[in-house]
Design a protein around this ligand. Structure first.
Ligand code: ARG
Length: 298
């Protein structure tokens, strides 16, 4: 089963038809030693250059790391590299994968902004040491692709949700579908405040998604509503200011989310999730929160 789907008419499978995948058990994190806002490549960074409190950022990051440890996930921590203030957002430089035989593979990103391109090599070193089979995109064919910022694995299923428009090119998803032999449901993103798919779609478990509806086209919304039996919607304030949809549910039960998403949190609890709130205030200044500050691995 493989192909790129962009309309409801093209959806010719049910979730139960898809290949089962194991839930990730490891979490890659990058220490925010050199984290800062030094340039503006998304609207959230505007006005925040030089404004990061490094001690607070380290503190926030340590709390998150501890929470992954407490959930029983194995955390792997890399040091951030000088000159790459956004490297802490380690969801963006790659898209890892485990095939049906348990082989670990990874597709390395082509970062959209010049300022972040060098991060890919630094993250690649980790995959080399971890014996992943490493794949690259042909830079003469593709302009950009920002890994798990835009390409989200469905929880425990061989299905990818792929966003494009600001940081990733639509054409990449043909290749990903081919290479990984999985269907990819693609979306055009409309609002530059929601420049990555992980800022407006959070896959909480097999059946539940948390979204900010206004970031999607009507067709995109129809696709989400068709596939997920339960769709929780975030308000403009919680999605835009608090990055509610940049939450993460590492195990399909516990949700890590930026502090203060009162409305979303209530809906999460009503749907049986355990909510854990964290301050990512320093990282919000750079346009990122919980989801993009980690990479889930198998
Ligand atoms: N400053 C970073 C950038 O604009 C933030 C990345 C956040 N990552 C994410 N997946 N939303 O690239």
């Amino acid at each position: 089963m493989k192909k790129v789907i962009s309309t409801v008419e093209e959806l010719d499978f049910e979730l139960s038809d898809l290949r089962e995948m194991p839930a990730p058990k490891k979490v890659l994190l990058v220490k925010p030693t050199h984290f800062a806002v030094e340039y503006v490549i998304n609207p959230h960074m505007q006005g925040n250059i030089g404004d990061v409190d490094k001690i607070a950022a380290m503190d926030e990051w340590e709390h998150l790391k501890k929470a992954y440890d407490e959930l029983g996930l194995e955390t792997k921590v890399l040091d951030g590299e000088r000159g790459y203030p956004d490297m802490v957002f380690c969801a963006n430089q790659s898209l890892p994968y485990i095939d049906e035989d348990g082989n670990k593979k990874v597709l390395m990103s082509i970062m959209h902004a010049q300022e972040r391109k060098g991060e890919v090599e630094a993250i690649q070193k980790f995959y080399e040491e971890s014996q992943y089979e490493i794949h690259h995109l042909d830079e003469s064919k593709f302009n950009d692709f920002e890994g798990m910022g835009d390409a989200l694995w469905h929880f425990k299923k061989g299905l990818i949700w792929g966003g494009y428009g600001f940081r990733s090119s639509k054409e990449v998803y043909e290749l990903i579908s081919e290479k990984y032999d999985v269907p990819v449901i693609t979306f055009e993103l409309l609002d530059d405040k929601f420049y990555h798919l992980d800022t407006c779609l959070c896959i909480l478990d097999e059946n539940t998604a948390l979204i900010y509806p206004k970031a999607f086209t009507d067709e995109g919304l129809a696709l989400i509503n068709k596939v997920f039996p339960t769709v929780i919607e975030a308000s403009k304030y919680e999605a835009e200011e608090l990055f509610a949809c940049n939450a993460t549910s590492p195990d399909g039960k516990n949700v890590f989310i930026q502090q203060g998403c009162t409305d979303v949190n209530q809906k999460l609890r009503e749907n049986g999730f355990n909510v854990h709130e964290f301050s990512t205030a320093e990282f919000l200044k750079s346009g990122g929160s919980v989801f993009c500050m980690k990479m889930m691995l198998w």
